[in-house]
Design a protein around this ligand. Structure first.
Ligand code: ADP
Ligand code: MG
Length: 194
């Protein structure tokens, strides 16, 4: 064959997409939207969530707006490698509840040609970076930051305010424990009017 006519073939390139933001900002909705579109295009999809997130369902990721998609619960990110050998698109929700090894796992999957979509809280309720999200943001090809609506003033809300007194970083809950707040009204207490 004429060498000039030879076409170089490359392995399919994978990548990492991160969807981050506060609680109620639409991360899970956006993850479900992307996964559904991939599935419509007949791509093999697989979705995972951490064992900790048992808020609405054991077998689905569920948004606060009541959209859902079947998912598998895993305890450690290493389980993803064994379970998605033939998946082309991999979704991971509530990524902030996994260990730092999630970063290496996502890198391995993307290196193997897969599209990896990771959704998670970028800040905890004290507005501190929530590991391993910052590390994922550093290595991702695409980043989407979603915003909620501040329940005090209606401004774009980038933070998650805990309305109960517990102090631990991880306290799984929804509107019973948390509200979306803007920068100004994070930790604002109406009774103090400050
Ligand atoms: P996340 O995964 O980021 O916590 P979800 O995708 O589960 O968010 O839920 C987003 C939905 O939450 C919105 O479409 C809306 O129906 C609902 N919601 C509740 N409180 C708020 C708020 N303060 N701002 C925006 N959306 C809210
Ligand atoms: Mg969510």
């Amino acid at each position: 064959m004429n060498e000039n006519l030879q076409i170089r073939t490359f392995k399919k390139t994978g990548h990492i997409e991160v969807i981050c933001g506060s609680m109620f900002s639409g991360k899970t909705e956006e993850l479900i939207r992307r996964i559904r579109r991939a599935q419509i295009a007949k791509q093999r999809v697989k979705v995972f969530k951490p064992k900790l997130d048992n808020r609405y369902s054991e077998f689905e990721i569920v948004s606060h707006n009541d959209t859902s998609f079947p998912s598998e619960i895993i305890e450690d990110a290493t389980e993803i490698l064994d379970k998605c050998f033939d998946a082309e698109v991999i979704g991971i929700d509530e990524a902030q509840f996994f260990d730092d090894n999630l970063v290496e796992i996502c890198q391995n999957l993307a290196d193997a040609g897969k599209r990896v979509i990771v959704a998670g809280l970028d800040q905890d309720y004290r507005a501190k970076p929530f590991e391993p999200m910052p590390k994922l943001l550093a290595v991702a090809e695409y980043i989407t930051k979603t915003l909620a609506v501040c329940v005090i003033c209606g401004a774009p809300a980038n933070r998650t305010h805990r309305i109960t007194d517990e102090q631990e970083q991880v306290l799984v809950g929804a509107s019973n424990h948390y509200e979306a707040r803007c920068r100004l009204h994070h930790n604002f207490k109406e009774e103090n009017n400050k």
